[in-house]
Design a binder for this molecule. Structure first.
Ligand SMILES: [Zn+2]
Length: 321
């Protein structure tokens, strides 16, 4: 009886999944810090815990703000077929062509990254330390999301192809299982990005082109895999839960030919390069001069409020579950 009760408890434990997963978002921001030049490292390394912890604030905000969700994705397949020439790459032109509402209905991540870049550049110019840290952590999130194939596809959780759960499978389960043990995140140095919008679009179009493989290869694997071994009770973040088995996850990763690791590495490089670009465009301010300014009472309360909403409310708009 006791055993049956325990099984029931295990079955009802739901492991929430998030865009790139909390684990991968934190990892991306963390490793990005080590690609920075010493003039920036002086601020970022000292605050690496903050940059790491707050990588996930934009996902938490999806529980507080309905405008937040479309900032994390763009359904490229809503705009025809590659290379999607009908969709203007510049925001103003795209609005003229499709209206703001309809763009927002299908996601706006490439443009939102540019808004965040402008804000971060301004924070550097104003030597606003809390602003630099907060915006760095958050732009890292959106850039990382733009590298996820299922963030560029309307079948974002396999809901149209009977593959529900594939979103978290690709971006959470696989990296949580393999990143620390097998993957390499020594990537070199951040680079200046001359045309950030163009850079972003290249990455988004790569994501869109990889979405088909993400879906197709899982269907292929599933059809030839013993169904009783597809899922297993295994620990995740210290919690025992039913999820894609390690065996199935490893087989999927092999079929993907290291796509998840590659997109993680590209995310890390892009995040560091955007931080670096904002700093250069702000005139390379001397970050050693920044007073060790803490967050204000008001800002700290905002963080608490965000956590509160995330813990107690339902997600507004599209979810990754
Ligand atoms: Zn996200």
């Amino acid at each position: 009886m006791k055993k049956a009760g325990l099984m029931f408890l295990l079955l009802i434990i739901v492991v929430k999944s998030y865009c790139w997963g909390f684990y991968a978002h934190k990892l991306i921001n963390y490793y990005a810090v080590f690609l920075l030049p010493p003039e920036m490292m002086v601020l970022y390394k000292k605050n690496i815990t903050f940059i790491n912890d707050h990588a996930v604030d934009p996902d938490k905000r999806r529980y507080a703000l309905k405008e937040e969700a479309p900032r994390h994705y763009i359904d490229m397949d809503r705009y025809g077929t590659p290379p999607y020439r009908t969709l203007p790459r510049k925001w103003k032109d795209a609005v003229q062509c499709y209206t703001e509402d309809s763009l927002k209905a299908h996601g706006i991540v490439p443009w939102w990254i540019q808004v965040m870049l402008q804000r971060l550049t301004r924070a550097f110019k104003e030597m606003d330390q809390p602003g630099i840290l907060k915006l760095s952590a958050e732009i890292g999130h959106y850039i990382a999301d733009s590298h996820v194939p299922l963030h560029a596809c309307s079948n974002h959780n396999g809901q149209f192809t009977n593959q529900r759960g594939i979103h978290g499978f690709w971006e959470s389960r696989v990296p949580e299982l393999l990143a620390e043990k097998e993957w390499d995140f020594l990537i070199g140095r951040a680079a200046y990005i001359k045309d950030p919008l163009d850079f972003t679009w290249k990455r988004v179009l790569e994501s869109a082109s990889e979405a088909d493989s993400v879906l197709f290869l899982e269907r292929k694997l599933s059809s030839g895999f013993p169904s009783e071994r597809k899922y297993a009770f295994e620990t995740r973040s210290g919690v025992m839960a039913r999820q894609y088995s390690s065996e199935y996850s490893i087989a999927y990763n092999i079929l993907l030919n290291d796509m998840v690791e590659r997109r993680l590495r590209q995310s890390i490089y892009a995040v560091a390069s955007f931080w670096y670009t904002a700093w250069v465009n702000a005139g390379r301010p001397d970050l050693r001069k920044l007073a060790d300014k803490d967050f204000s009472e008001k800002e700290l309360k905002e963080f608490d409020k965000l956590n509160d909403k995330w813990n107690n409310e339902k997600v507004k708009g599209r979810d990754c579950d």
